[in-house]
Design a protein around this ligand. Structure first.
Ligand code: GTP
Ligand code: MN
Ligand code: MN
Length: 617
């Protein structure tokens, strides 16, 4: 039997949905037909993005056992979902950049020949939506009123994905109409949980497939995802589009798509600055973006918590937007004690929780939500849980998915299609040693070097061992959609093109340094505003610091620690720049840089040599 003969007839209902498509954008309708013929759904729904549609789908998910509707007393109009225990995080070993050549994907990505991959996945997709509904979700990342709106259409067989996409992006009728009117380019994003239902077969609450593929085709700007229903694997506007595909787009079009939060900071005199920060997954972006400054008179407002698109305006100034419409935040560690801004946003309701624990009064709990620990819970795997159980009640990578409009400290400028001017880029990771609390890079090239060699101890946000130091360039290791050497060169090229004076200043922070007895040297969270104040005042030219071989570091009198309970020893440990520690760091850096071979930009090799020489002095 040929491929074609296997993939013809649609159900009458599906055929009708295509014939009555709410658009006459031929390329889109034809693509939907092609995918329907391949995947054989029972029916097709064009998502309109309305509240009614969301409520209807959520109701269906409750009936299917995927969602538990929470009691309205704490989180109104909210739901908890529980995933398959094998489908709880991004799967990096199953993520591929299928560029035309292996070199196009570079040494940091898994690569397969695109034609081969399409053949493999076409087999998997064949009939994979049998017994299910296929949803077509038109979406835009960033503002629909942007000069050049970045459109996508996700086809999925998961109603959980439709509901989550409605929170995370602008979706539905308005997008479809504007896109169709101009026959605008859109990213084709195909997703299936990979769990067809035979006639009469009962569904499970979280359908998925043991075989998973998260695939980006950077040249053709396509995304094919199979087998997972979780977060970054399934909500294709987020990591797959706004980072992997967008980074390739940005390379070609002269801008940047980065794994960064965006924060507006206003000093007591009323002057505002905008900073972005790149920290690897589960290293504090959402918490930093929603910080409550611990120092009087300073104000922080959020613009974004995960992804930043940076473009350059007609005056050569960097401007940044957050392309997302929601938060998909790590629940554990986000709580009333540490992050009341996030908690208030969540408490507005309209939230989808995934893999948190259920309380006896119909609400949810996770580690760190409150200081007080409930006496009894149903854990994320559906088992009874008490504080004596000796295991977490919520999965360490459990998440809340909440509309960004509910953040009461959201800066108004979030809604501006042209974004805000970007004054500083902050890199940071989770390191017990070596990396000081904060340093200011000596130059754009030095800052890029620090970004390229950014390191962090691994977390639960991706499958694999936790606590191992790995290099995570610009916090983009899992998200660079092309050769990382070219990506580094792109950063350097932009510095050349626009001039150092127009580029944001670069800083490097580490909230996670430990003292000799193993405790955190720095209290973190709202107290990080003290570091932000130093950065702000450096931009103003009013803060002092000490020149070290990793850049300018505040002396202990340069940092405002008024009212902070921190011992001299802790502060010293937090700020320490040790030649000995950096000498131990160097072989790891060398090994890392060597992975890029002759793709390593010479300017970075120079920065490495400068570091090596200064450590020896
Ligand atoms: P992704 O959304 O996966 O990209 O991660 P993220 O960078 O947004 O991480 P998030 O802000 O959700 O933080 C994850 C974990 O880091 C939580 O468990 C927090 O408690 C912890 N954390 C965040 N900020 C700080 C800090 O300043 N100090 C310490 N010690 N822990 C922090
Ligand atoms: Mn992230
Ligand atoms: Mn986050």
């Amino acid at each position: 039997m040929t491929d074609i003969s296997m993939a013809t007839a649609l159900t009458a209902e599906a055929e009708q949905s295509i014939n009555n498509a709410p658009t006459n954008y031929t390329e889109l309708v034809q693509w939907v037909r092609e995918i329907a013929e391949l995947t054989q759904p029972d029916r097709i729904v064009w998502a309109d993005g309305s509240q009614e549609e969301y409520d209807r789908l959520a109701g269906e998910l409750v009936d299917a056992g995927t969602f538990v509707r929470l009691s309205d007393h704490e989180f109104p109009n909210s739901y908890a979902a529980f995933s398959d225990p094998d489908d709880v995080a991004r799967v990096e070993e199953r993520t591929f950049i299928c560029s035309q050549t292996a070199e196009g994907a570079g040494p940091t990505n898994n690569w397969r020949d695109p034609a081969e991959m399409k053949q493999t996945m076409t087999k998997l997709y064949r009939g994979c939506m049998r017994g299910r509904t296929m949803y077509v979700i038109p979406f835009v990342m960033g503002s629909l009123d942007a000069k050049d709106p970045k459109y996508g259409v996700e086809i999925t067989d998961s109603a959980y994905v439709v509901c989550s996409m409605r929170i995370m992006a602008t979706i539905g009728t308005d997008v479809l109409e504007k896109m169709s009117k101009t026959n605008a380019f859109f990213v084709k994003a195909l997703h299936s949980v990979g769990a067809p239902l035979a006639e009469g077969q009962e569904d499970v609450p979280w359908p998925c497939n043991l075989e998973k593929y998260i695939v980006q085709f950077p040249e053709t700007r396509e995304i094919w995802s199979f087998g997972s229903g979780y977060g970054g694997n399934a909500l294709l506007g987020k990591k797959c589009y706004a980072l992997r595909i967008a980074s390739a787009l940005a390379h070609d079009e002269g801008w940047m798509a980065e794994h960064m939060l965006v924060l507006k900071v206003t000093n007591p005199a009323g002057k505002s600055r905008y900073v972005s920060a790149a920290f690897p997954s589960a290293c504090g972006k959402t918490n930093f973006a929603m910080m409550e400054p611990a120092i009087d008179g300073w104000k922080a407002e959020m613009i974004g918590d995960d992804i930043a698109w940076i473009r350059f305006d007609e005056n050569n100034k960097a401007r940044v937007v957050n392309p997302e419409a929601g938060l998909f935040g790590v629940a554990p560690g986000t709580g009333w004690p540490t992050n009341p801004n996030a908690m208030r946003a969540i408490a507005e309701g309209n939230t989808i929780f995934t893999n948190v624990a259920l309380t006896d009064d119909g609400s949810v709990w996770w580690e760190g939500k409150t200081d007080e620990v409930p006496e009894h819970l149903i854990d994320w795997q559906g088992n009874d849980w008490t504080p004596e159980s000796g295991r977490p009640a919520a999965h360490p990578n459990s998440r809340f998915c909440t509309p960004i409009s509910q953040v009461d400290m959201l800066a108004e400028e979030y809604y501006a299609p042209e974004g805000v001017p970007l004054d500083a880029i902050i890199f940071g990771g989770r390191r017990k040693t070596t990396v000081p609390l904060v340093s200011e890079a000596k130059s754009w090239e030095h800052g890029v070097f620090q970004g390229v060699t950014l390191s962090s101890e691994t977390t639960a946000a991706a499958k694999g061992a936790v606590g191992v130091v790995r290099r995570d360039p610009m916090a983009m290791l899992p998200f660079i959609g092309y050769n990382a050497g070219d990506y580094f060169q792109h950063w350097l090229d932009l510095g050349q093109k626009y001039g150092a004076e127009n580029m944001p200043k670069i800083y490097y922070v580490n909230w996670f340094r430990r003292t000799a007895d193993g405790g955190f040297a720095w209290p973190g969270f709202g107290e990080n505003s003290r570091v932000v104040k130093w950065i702000f005042d450096r931009l103003e030219g009013t803060a002092e610091g000490e020149e070290t071989f990793v850049g300018t570091v505040p002396g202990k009198d340069d940092l405002d620690v008024s009212g902070l309970e921190i011992s001299d020893e802790e502060l010293k440990a937090a700020l320490n720049v040790s030649a000995g520690e950096w000498a131990q760091e160097l072989p790891g850096i060398d090994q890392w840089l060597a992975t890029f071979g002759d793709k390593l930009p010479p300017a970075l090799k120079d920065q490495r040599d400068i570091l090596a020489r200064s450590i020896q002095q």
